[in-house]
Design a protein around this ligand. Structure first.
Ligand code: SAM
Ligand code: SF4
Length: 330
């Protein structure tokens, strides 16, 4: 079975935010004082498994666990173990996660044992003081230890770096050299106008088209045919052994090939990261509707998946999403 939306895009990738909580407070993602949801509002392990099962039945092949910080949810390994078993008898081919890396040292080996072969680690700087500032209190050594542990466990890592005005713009080449030395791919991401944090987006936003042009003078990028079906465009360079990706939703729209939907930790299915519409599955599951009904609702949701995101950053037009990034996990 396949999930095809009204614009004939095949959706085979589900991102699941398993918690809205996090052990950091990155300044572009969250406010300093965040109000997290009561546990009763968050999907239980069984509910997450059930919604995943229905998506898998409908053709989803890849599931990414995210958050908040997915590794702060205590039963994450149980969930991954259950999902991993499904790879033997369903459409599911890959389970992966996006993490800030602070708890990777503790979890890397078990993640690998439970079939997680690739992860994305978010890291915006390799300078410990700057890391402490951007995350509001984080300790970069934990992330370095976690990355090393994951590499030792033979987990492939990709680093995601949000490029932030007057913060890490001058560090981009250092990050490229650092990841290249470790043989890790690196993707740069534009700040997206999710719900306001404590700092205006206009003071954070950098156009990645401009970043690309500057870097291209040194690296003479070559377009890579590497394609994850996602929004990143990848490049190689004769000066590098790794790939560099650019995710630039604001300056370079990628919606035509969108292959994913996102479920929030409370069971809301967002058909587009850059739109506010959702279909709520928590109530459907808690009112004991059948799996056939859930599948019908998933198909309905796919039918109203928007053509484009609606992100804009600017002084004249400000369009913000009514949720922080930890709701859907990017
Ligand atoms: N806590 C995990 C982490 O940081 O990797 C997973 C969740 S986090 C919300 C997922 C990704 O979203 C991270 O790479 C983070 O840098 C990115 N992110 C958060 N807020 C963003 C924003 N406003 N614009 C662009 N990326 C953002
Ligand atoms: Fe936490 Fe990830 Fe948001 Fe940073 S980007 S505050 S690590 S959820």
């Amino acid at each position: 079975m396949e999930l095809i939306d009204q614009y004939l895009r095949k959706v085979n990738y589900l991102r699941v935010s398993i918690t809205d909580r996090c052990d950091l407070r990155c300044v572009y993602c969250m406010k300093e004082k965040m109000q997290f949801l009561p546990r009763k509002d968050i999907l239980t392990l069984e509910e997450i498994e059930r919604i995943c099962d229905n998506f898998i039945d409908l053709g989803v092949e890849k599931i990414r666990l995210t958050g908040g910080e997915p590794l702060v949810r205590r039963d994450i390994l149980k969930l991954i173990e259950k999902l991993n078993n499904k790879k033997n008898f369903t459409n599911l081919k890959e389970i992966t996660l996006t993490t800030n890396g602070t708890l990777l040292k503790k979890y890397a080996k078990e993640l690998k044992l439970n079939g997680v072969d690739r992860i994305n680690v978010s890291l915006d700087t390799i300078n410990s003081e700057k890391y402490n500032i951007i995350t509001r209190f984080g300790n970069i050594e934990k992330v370095f230890d976690g990355i090393n542990e994951a590499l030792d466990a033979d987990i492939k890592i990709k680093i995601n770096t949000v490029v932030i005005k007057d913060f890490n713009e001058n560090e981009i080449e250092d990050l490229i050299e650092w990841t290249d030395n470790k043989k890790i791919d690196l993707t740069f991401i534009e700040v997206m106008p999710m719900e306001e944090t404590d700092i205006s987006r206009e003071y954070q936003f950098v156009s990645l088209s401009e970043t690309f042009e500057k870097l291209n003078k040194k690296y003479n990028f070559l377009i890579s045919n590497h394609n994850t079906g996602g929004p990143a465009r990848y490049y190689t360079s004769n000066l590098l052994s790794t790939k560099i990706g650019f995710i630039s939703p604001l300056t370079n729209n990628f919606c035509a090939t969108c292959n994913r939907v996102r479920i929030s930790s409370t069971g809301k299915l967002f058909m587009c990261l850059g739109q506010n519409d959702y279909v709520d599955f928590r109530e459907i599951m808690r009112k004991d509707f059948s799996d056939d009904y859930i599948k019908e609702k998933i198909r309905f949701a796919l039918n109203i998946k928007p053509k484009n995101h609606d992100f804009m950053i600017g002084t004249k037009i400000n369009k913000y999403m009514k949720r922080h990034m930890n709701v859907t996990g990017g």
